[in-house]
Design a binder for this molecule. Sequence first.
Ligand code: MG
Length: 187
Amino acid sequence: MLKVVHSKVVREAALNRLKERGVTIDQIADIVYDLQVSYKPDLKKELCLESVEAVLEKREIQHAILVGIELDILAEKKMLSEPLQSIVETDEGLFGCDETLALGSVFGYGSIAVTTFGYLDKEKKGIIKQLNKHDGKEVHTFLDDIVASIAASAASRLAHKLRDDEEAEQDQEHAGNRFSAHEEEAG
Ligand code: MG
């Protein structure tokens, strides 16, 4: 029977792959910050970092990272067969499988993640823009979309978390007010 790969091995491999390809959690968090700060001007970067780290714990994302980066590397080494080699190497505009692979991993974070992914695909912010430059020998046909999907998922997760925090604060305030009114009444 074939051995099942442990989650820890997959997680570590995916995180290492990202690092080896020059993408840091900090750079992805910068995109998340940029996406969310207009909704919350006092947003702290740490919350964006935390959200990116949480998204990277998901198996769907880890698998997409492994598959996408593997194909980029094989294309760089000219090890794919034609015509796929040329399609991936030149980042052919109508290819679409790079976006589809990345899109598959944002669904777990709801509609905000899906629409944000589409936005980042068009706008190519921060490190995504750098990856999409096509200068030099490196191929990042899949990686730019993978980074967009991590950032989009992290931004969506953060948007929901910020609302939850806000509501918890309001609930606490209401409970506090009720308590003081009660105290006053009781004298
Ligand atoms: Mg791409």
